[in-house]
Design a protein around this ligand. Structure first.
Ligand code: BEZ
Length: 254
């Protein structure tokens, strides 16, 4: 589901397993009930869709990556290639669930409108994604390296990390009642910053040569090592989660 990036399911499984492992509290907040119809928006390789399905619900996964959709389907889950801003569902789901995806969608309001349309009345939207301050040290380091190499062009940040107060207003302005919203700082252990950059930041370096990509990763690593690495715990990323549960209230005639 993630925009501006190239997704490799094998690398994702190897270096980014923590993304779904840490999301079980979000599945708890979703509280899936037998017989419900649930959309997993940005299902990736389907780990959480499978977890949700265990509650006896019908799950459909959507994701921007064809490779990820193939993986999800191989787990027996109905899945389609579709973006958050182009969701093609109306009045269909009891809940829309999304983990670690919506910070890739720059037009947050359009995504909220599509989610609203996809839900039945009183349907719930339960999501977690990067919020205000998320991976600030990482993005600062990436920008610093681009700034130090003027021939590489500008650093284009592919992410949007909103404040809880701003996201709440967007939801309320678009027909949701917000039951819970919180920004949660969650420093997250990662296996190595180079692997993290390979999996999540390859869109940022797509116009660089292979040699420049190596320099980029080496210099980002050097900048981050004093603050994001220690001998005992290894590498950590300064994640801040925006966790939300909202219910569709208002319905507009279309
Ligand atoms: C996140 O889950 O917060 C995230 C992951 C990869 C890139 C940016 C943010």
């Amino acid at each position: 589901m993630k925009e501006s990036n190239d997704w490799n399911p094998n690398k994702y499984k190897k270096h980014a397993d923590f993304v779904s492992n840490l999301a079980l509290p979000v599945v708890e907040l979703l509280d899936p009930k037998e017989g419900e119809n649930i959309l997993d928006l940005g299902c990736g390789e389907g780990t959480l869709a499978l977890e949700i399905k265990k509650s006896g619900v019908e799950v459909i996964g959507v994701d921007l990556s064809e490779e990820m959709i193939k993986k999800t389907k191989s787990k027996g889950i109905d899945a389609k290639v579709m973006s958050a801003t182009n969701l093609d569902f109306e009045n269909k789901f009891d809940a829309v669930f999304s983990n670690a995806v919506l910070h890739w969608v720059k037009n947050s309001e359009l995504a909220i409108q599509k989610i609203h349309k996809a839900l039945k009345k009183e349907g719930r939207f339960v999501a977690e994604f990067g919020g205000y301050g998320n991976i600030k040290s990482l993005t600062d380091a990436m920008k610093e390296v681009f700034d130090n190499h003027s021939s590489w062009g500008n650093f284009n940040n592919p992410w949007i990390f909103l404040k809880d107060t701003d996201y709440k207003v967007l939801l309320e302005n678009n027909g949701f009642k917000v039951e819970y919203i919180e920004l949660i700082p969650r420093p997250t252990p990662i296996d190595d910053i180079t692997n993290w950059l390979d999996v999540f930041a390859n869109g940022i370096t797509e116009n660089l040569s292979d040699e420049q990509k190596v320099i980029f990763k080496k210099e980002v690593k050097e900048i981050l090592k004093p603050t994001q690495y220690n001998e005992i715990d290894g590498w950590s990323a300064d994640y801040v989660r925006l966790r939300v549960r909202a219910v569709k209230k208002k319905v507009w005639d279309s």
